[in-house]
Design a protein around this ligand. Structure first.
Ligand code: PRX
Length: 668
């Protein structure tokens, strides 16, 4: 029985016709005079950064962070692709996010307004959050966690998640957050790869308003011998019944609650690892993206201030991302607090208990900066503009988008319905579409709201101090009006420092496609003005609702089911989620094609192996898969089928009857 090897890394050139439609966008929205006059960052930053990139970042590092020891060199790029930023400097992330604001007399400023899924609320001032983080730091140390140790975090979107991350950073432990929607199996592989010593979790969480358990997944992930976890700290969130492992498990309230609130932060080397975050790549095994301290914090803080035009004394900022993703790290746990901002944190889903929940939250806390993903915007569009119109959204003055390309229609809806408060505001809030990745650590391409005339659907310009380009197959910069591959030409402060435990894979994945340039994996186009349009991934990575999923990882999950002989997965265009997972499977000879039953079973199997977010929307049982003579699956043809198009050029297939066989079997 043949079993396909999951994981082909071929890149597909961005399709020519995808570029054509985008050139038509002529609308421009210049910043209002009032906005521009009060903007925290002006166009001078571009010129300054262009003149001397490392010096520009060194200035930001010194202005935005308090260093316990100053650095002696902005950038050491003597051993590419391994960069060192702010060499010799020492800095503590938690001190910068917390203590120093209290010392500066801002202890009473609200750091977090927490809005829980069932409607419970909590408010943390900077002084209170500092105290909680000091207690957690003491508690983790008393459980044997030391500098450099790894801590796995499997928590819902509750303040304890931020407290845990900052407590780890404070003591120099390296956190590795695993999104709460990932399965026990996904958690196990991440805990094992990082060799975590401590796991922080909760008894349960809420899913669409209903309590569900979380800790059983941790118990299952630790059910094998030879794991490295010594202790598990459990936040009581919703009173779910949990199994208890005496000696290993500790309630948060007993350990953190009882710990001393005295804890002195010491500086860590600028290049000390801050965290690992696993993300999907083109092979079955997720990559542990490694970020370090000084550069990551600097670029996060600078971009958060510049791109959102942050005025920390008056703004209320709300980023809707879960802390399980990079956006929740950089733009919830770190940058807003480094910048002394007041932020809203929401545990639940947009439609629970009703479809107007977000807009009620905006009205309640007078949110002025909202940062979310196009999928959410398209979902709200579908629900109808009457829903946001019921709330007062007049406080909103900047809107951000992240995670996937935003189509011009969604962009305009975001502007008119949310940014203009359903037409009640004469000057709509500017929209900043921000392109970046888990690997880049912080925003890379985005307009500056007080400077750039924005254009619906385009992320537009590299940020000051960032060298982005679009190149052809040979790595040559393409002229305006042409498309190609997105690359980053110069090192940037928040760049990943590697893949945990796998320096070769780091070089191979990002630095081998083009010599001396970082290959992002995205297709892009420069329009006639030189503005950049992101066109989606050019590798076997899918983007579903702004979540990154690997075709190979889902294929691996499918072929691990005894009924499946081979599987091929594609991301098919989807109106709401951007892309949707469509799987083509060949069943084993002895497996019965029981129609809907097998499809349901396979979907659940993927949910169990990876997590509910990876469940294919559609599974099609087929007799064959289209392969080239060298055995590579031609996903392009499957994508044509999945998107209901006429199948493209199939002349390189080893067996040119395959597509007809597939069409025939699907008709049945
Ligand atoms: O394809 C790009 C898309 O999301 C990918 C990165 O995914 P992840 O590491 O999960 O980080 C998402 C949040 C930063 C990119 O390779 N992407 C991200 N932002 C945009 C985007 N595509 C188009 N426009 C964006 N603004």
């Amino acid at each position: 029985m043949s079993q396909q090897t999951p994981g082909t890394t071929a890149t597909q050139a961005p399709q020519g016709d995808a570029f054509e439609n985008l050139s038509q966008e002529n609308r421009r929205f210049a910043p209002s005079a009032g906005f521009a006059a009060n903007a925290v960052v002006t166009s001078a930053d571009y010129a300054e950064a262009d003149a001397d990139r490392p010096a520009f970042w060194a200035k930001q590092a010194r202005e935005l962070l308090s260093w316990s020891k100053d650095f002696t060199q902005a950038l050491d790029w003597s051993n590419p692709p391994f960069a060192k930023w702010f060499v010799g400097g020492e800095v503590n992330a938690a001190y910068n996010a917390l203590d120093r604001h209290v010392e500066a007399g801002n202890g009473d400023r609200v750091a977090i307004y927490f809005e829980g899924e069932p409607g419970d609320t909590r408010t943390y001032t900077y002084a209170q959050l500092t105290e909680e983080v000091k207690k957690a730091a003491n508690a983790f140390e008393s459980l044997g966690v030391a500098k450099g140790d790894r801590v796995a975090v499997y928590l819902p979107m509750i303040p304890e998640a931020v407290i845990t991350l900052l407590a780890c950073a404070r003591i120099g432990a390296i956190h590795s957050v695993v999104f709460g929607g990932f399965s026990a199996e996904a958690l196990r592989s991440r805990i094992d790869d990082a060799e975590a010593k401590l796991v922080v979790t909760a008894d349960g969480t809420y899913r669409r308003g209903k309590p569900s358990a979380l800790k059983p997944a941790v118990d299952e992930a630790l059910a094998h011998d030879g794991h490295t976890v010594q202790n598990v700290v459990v936040v009581k969130r919703n009173g779910q019944d949990v199994d208890w492992h005496e000696g290993r498990d500790h309630w948060w309230a007993d350990t953190v609650g009882a710990a001393s609130a005295e804890h002195t932060a010491v500086g860590h080397d600028s290049e000390h690892p801050l965290f690992i975050l696993y993300t999907s790549g083109t092979t079955g095994k997720p990559k542990g993206i490694l970020h370090t301290t000084g550069g990551y914090l600097t670029q996060g803080a600078y971009t958060h201030k510049a791109v959102f035009d942050l005025h920390p004394e008056t703004d209320v900022y709300w980023c809707t991302a879960d802390v399980g993703w990079i956006t929740g790290h950089s733009y919830v746990a770190y940058a807003p607090l480094i910048n002394g901002a007041t932020q809203v944190m929401y545990e639940g889903t947009p439609d629970s208990p009703h479809q107007g929940r977000w807009w009620e939250i905006v009205e309640k806390y007078k949110v002025s900066i909202l940062y979310t993903a196009p999928t959410a915007i398209r979902t709200f569009m579908k629900w109808g503009k009457e829903i946001p119109a019921k709330s007062d959204l007049s406080s909103i003055r900047v809107l951000g988008s992240v995670g996937e390309p935003i189509n011009p229609e969604a962009w305009m809806w975001y502007r008119e319905v949310i940014g203009a408060d359903s037409g009640r505001k004469s000057i709509p809030a500017p929209i900043v579409d921000t392109w970046w990745q888990t690997e880049t650590g912080a925003q890379m391409i985005a307009p500056l709201p007080g400077v750039t005339a924005t254009k619906p659907g385009s992320a537009q310009v590299p940020l000051p101090g960032i060298a982005v380009d679009v190149v052809d197959e040979l790595g040559e910069s393409v002229p305006n009006g042409s498309g190609g591959y997105l690359v980053i030409r110069e090192p940037w402060p928040a760049m990943l420092r590697g893949i945990w435990g796998d320096p070769e894979r780091f070089k191979e994945t990002y630095w081998s496609r083009f010599e001396t340039m970082y290959f992002a994996g995205d297709g892009a186009k420069k329009d006639e003005d030189g503005d950049i349009w992101l066109l989606g991934r050019v590798d076997d990575v899918m983007n579903v609702s702004g979540h990154r999923l690997s075709t190979a990882e889902i294929e691996s999950a499918l072929v691990s089911h005894p009924a499946v002989a081979e599987a091929a997965v594609v991301g098919a265009a989807d109106e709401t989620t951007g892309q949707a997972v469509v799987a083509f499977v060949i069943l084993r000879g002895d497996a019965v094609d029981s129609g809907d039953a097998i499809v349901a079973e396979l979907r659940n199997h993927v949910g169990k192996e990876i997590g509910p977010i990876a469940k294919p929307k559609t599974i099609l049982v087929v007799p064959e898969l289209p392969k080239t003579r060298s055995g590579k699956i031609m996903r392009r043809l499957l994508k044509d089928v999945a998107e209901g198009r006429e199948v493209g050029d199939a002349t390189t297939l080893a067996d040119n009857t395959v597509m007809a066989q597939i069409a025939h079997s699907l008709k049945k």
